[in-house]
Design a protein around this ligand. Structure first.
Ligand SMILES: [Zn+2]
Length: 135
């Protein structure tokens, strides 16, 4: 990565794994102007995981899409946005844990989501199932 100030080469002098988000935080220093800045390395789920749909087609995994479906299921709750954000993270952790493969069946994602929603809020899991039987 080049320096954001002068465009020179940089080196990493400190890095840390952010456990909760699984991001890697790196402190960089420019070899030319000696400026310091931080970069964050994130897993690119879309290019890492493909979703196998019931019609046999593949599409890149989208955490936004998952978040929208979860949020939709939680609409009856006041705190649906923060609940959906937290649950989506939990669901993604389970999806990654359930598969060592780059391809995950859409039905697996739906099963995991239903199970996690059910544990959190039974009404939400009913909404979620309805959401997916529509599409
Ligand atoms: Zn620089």
């Amino acid at each position: 990565m080049n320096c954001i100030y002068c465009g020179g080469k940089t080196h990493v002098f400190n890095s840390r794994l952010q456990n909760r988000s699984n991001n890697i935080w790196r402190r960089r220093r420019c070899d030319e102007c000696e400026a310091n800045f931080t970069s964050i390395e994130k897993l690119d789920l879309g290019s890492s995981i493909s979703v196998l749909k019931s019609d046999g087609s593949l599409e890149p995994f989208s955490s936004d899409k998952l978040l929208i479906s979860i949020d939709d299921s939680l609409r009856h709750r006041k705190s649906h946005i923060s609940d959906a954000t937290a649950l989506t993270k939990t669901i993604i952790d389970h999806i990654l844990g359930a598969s060592s493969d780059a391809v995950v069946a859409a039905s697996t994602i739906q099963d995991i989501s239903t199970k996690i929603l059910n544990r959190f809020d039974n009404v939400a899991s009913v909404h979620y199932k309805a959401y997916y039987s529509k599409s």
